[in-house]
Design a protein around this ligand. Structure first.
Ligand SMILES: [Zn+2]
Ligand SMILES: [Zn+2]
Length: 273
């Protein structure tokens, strides 16, 4: 049997034993934190420490965010990593107790489903994020729980996990909830989590990485970009999505100048306009 098809490869011990629970929380927190630090450092070095013509032509804001805000973002991201680590252990417990619908034989639902399930997960997650993100902009909730993330008026890649602990809990809940009814292979979840971290970093980077013309491409226009999410940090009441612009389009929260901003950030129009 393939290594990835064995339950013990993912959960080697009983998570309900207190010391195992603590050990697993520590281990998963380390994985989340190291993945965040390693990926963000790569982007930080490539875009903030080096100056190269292509990157310069893709810079969203005229100047880079200052050190103080970057340290603020790292501090909150470290705390969030602990909450995400704990969320991972809770998901493990749901699996162990028969609630989470993980399956192990890679071809149990067919190879097509294996690929499609990751996409389905991203659609459901995006919808959950849109709804809860809109709720977090209700003034009472915003002041208490979402202002930490918006302290970065001009975010840096370190802002990708920069959330108040209550917001981090809200962010950690959708995966266990979706897994209650969506059959998923754990390997798909591992790849998904890495891509999710990558997309969060790219959307806060301060540089537009998508190809020119993406914002008006029949498929590209449905994807969130660095320009799209930076518009959320700048204008607050627009661009609430996580991966896709579907709900922003449908519910009228897409920034009306998004396409023009994207063209400017990809050098299709004059930078000074
Ligand atoms: Zn927001
Ligand atoms: Zn953000």
């Amino acid at each position: 049997m393939n290594h990835f098809e064995k339950y013990e490869s993912y959960i080697p011990f009983d998570l309900l034993v207190p010391q195992n629970f603590l050990l697993a929380t520590l281990a998963l927190t380390s994985v989340v934190l190291i993945r965040y630090l390693a990926l963000t450092t790569c982007f930080y070095v490539a875009f903030y420490r080096k100056s190269w013509p292509w990157a310069k032509s893709r810079q969203i804001y005229p100047t880079l965010p200052d050190k103080k805000i970057q340290l603020f973002e790292i501090k909150w991201s470290v705390i969030s990593s602990g909450i995400f680590g704990l969320g991972g252990v809770l998901l493990g417990i749901l699996w162990q107790t028969g609630w989470a619908r993980f399956y192990l034989p890679l071809d149990e639902y067919g190879w097509g489903y294996l690929l499609l399930s990751g996409f389905l997960l991203s659609l459901l997650h995006d919808f959950y994020f849109y709804v809860t993100h809109r709720a977090l902009h209700i003034p009472w909730l915003y002041r208490r729980f979402h202002a930490v993330h918006h302290a970065s008026l001009q975010p840096s890649p370190w802002a990708s996990f920069s959330f108040h602990p209550v917001e981090s809990i809200i962010e950690a809940l959708p995966l266990p909830l979706i897994l209650l009814f969506l059959p998923l292979h754990p390997l798909v979840l591992l790849v998904y989590l890495t891509l999710m971290t990558l997309s969060a970093i790219v959307n806060h980077l301060g540089f537009e990485l998508l190809p020119r013309g993406s914002a008006r491409h029949p498929l590209g226009k449905w994807l969130i970009s660095g320009t799209h999410h930076s518009g959320h940090h700048r204008y607050y009441k627009y661009n609430f999505g996580l991966f896709y612009t579907i709900w922003d389009h449908l519910l009228g929260t897409q920034h009306p100048a998004y396409e023009a901003q994207f063209m400017k950030n990809t050098g299709e129009t004059d930078q000074s306009t």
